[in-house]
Design a protein around this ligand. Structure first.
Ligand SMILES: Nc1ncnc2c1ncn2[C@@H]1O[C@H](COP(=O)(O)OP(=O)(O)OP(=O)(O)O)[C@@H](O)[C@H]1O
Ligand SMILES: [Mg+2]
Length: 354
């Protein structure tokens, strides 16, 4: 059951919240929509679910057109066969946890014995089996979110839309639920559209990642591809962290090339072609290696800040080419004030537009 959006538009009054989204979300895969608050992620899901009427374009689910601007097509939400988990839970306060989770199955006319089995198994999955009889209002925020998650995955809809389903869980549970969602997806082969603004969650879950900006997709791909080859400064900074250097000279050097940074440091790069006007160099913080020796391919600097955070140390380094962030997984702990060099492999210097 793939979902196809063609030129999808949505305006609220004068503001165009979706600006012509054309994407195919593949069958039996996890597609993750990632982007900052207000960029149109929830609106996209609501349009697909039929809870929002788009202003233009077309939506197809499993080859069937469920919305089209002209000639007008509109399929009611309950006939779209999608299950949506809302950012705001939307669980029923007057029902028990068990009844809340069983709701979609009751609505679909599933028999009671199967409902009992499915709900029990799903509550176990989300760690709420002990709460089945409890009233849904007598739960913490994280527990309510798990009820909503259970209700979403218990249904047999082939398409599942999830809007920030893990945002209120504690860190440990969130990581556990991520792998449950992945397993579930493998076992049941559902098509999942998952919205988050947590980049780590996005990368760990996505088969394909769609990076949103102001109501359109600016980059998509496998998480590692997007991370390793961000097309813009926006993508580089939204997905991970990046050192972006706008001021540099480029020169060809045989098969390879070099960049000259402010202050005169020369770094070899794998860039074959002269970068376009306005392009910036992009170096991920974990690609910098701290070295003592001076020499070619080294950018000298002074450590301004060192933060040890357990599995890594993060250094803020002042250089003539600007302030750099360098993340080191091992090596001695260095102190602010130390003069050091930053080295990077030629292939780890990327280039981004704007
Ligand atoms: N019913 C509405 N009326 C007017 N404006 C709306 C309505 N719903 C959403 N918007 C606006 O549309 C834009 C996109 O909203 P949307 O909920 O899709 O963002 P989002 O990407 O899900 O953000 P978040 O990460 O904060 O949930 C926002 O600027 C929002 O204020
Ligand atoms: Mg939202």
């Amino acid at each position: 059951m793939s979902i196809v959006l063609q030129g999808l538009e949505k305006a609220f009054g004068p503001s165009r919240v979706l600006q012509g989204v054309t994407e195919t979300f593949d069958q039996a895969r996890i597609s993750v929509l990632l982007g900052p608050s207000g960029c149109g992620k929830t609106t996209t899901l609501r349009c697909i679910a039929g809870l929002e009427r788009p202003s233009g374009g077309r939506i197809q689910i499993d080859g069937r057109t469920v919305y089209q601007e002209r000639p007008a097509v509109w399929v009611a939400p309950e006939r779209r066969n999608v299950s949506m988990m809302f950012q705001s839970y939307a669980i029923w306060p007057h029902m028990t946890v068990f009844d809340n989770v069983g709701l979609p199955l009751r609505a679909a006319g599933v028999d009671r014995r199967r409902i009992r089995q499915a709900v029990t198994a799903t509550l176990e999955l989300v760690g709420l089996d002990a709460y089945a009889a409890r009233n849904a209002t007598q739960l913490s925020g994280g527990q309510q979110q798990r009820v909503a998650l259970a209700r979403c995955i218990v249904s047999e809809s082939p398409v599942i839309l999830m809007d920030e389903p893990l945002s209120n869980l504690d860190a440990r549970l969130r990581v556990a639920m991520r792998s449950e969602i992945r397993d579930l997806q493998k076992r049941l082969g559902r098509t999942i559209l998952f919205v988050t603004h947590d980049q780590e969650e996005a990368m760990s879950l996505a088969d394909t990642l769609y990076l949103y900006r102001n109501g359109s997709v600016v980059q998509k791909g496998a998480p590692k591809d997007v991370y390793d080859h961000p097309a813009s400064g926006y993508a580089a900074e939204f997905l991970g962290r990046a050192n972006l250097i706008g001021e540099f000279d480029w020169r060809s050097a045989g098969d390879a090339s070099e960049v000259v940074l402010p202050g005169g440091a020369v770094l070899r790069t794998g860039l074959r072609e002269r970068p376009a006007e306005g392009a910036r160099l992009c170096i991920r913080p974990e690609k910098w290696r701290i070295v003592d020796a001076d020499g070619p391919d080294v950018l000298r600097g002074r450590i301004e800040q060192a933060s040890f955070v357990g599995d890594r140390t993060e250094y803020r380094v002042a250089t003539d080419a600007g302030s750099m962030l360098a993340v080191q997984l091992d090596g001695e702990l260095r102190q602010p004030g130390e003069q050091i060099g930053l080295a990077v492999r030629p292939g780890d210097i990327g280039i981004v537009r704007e």
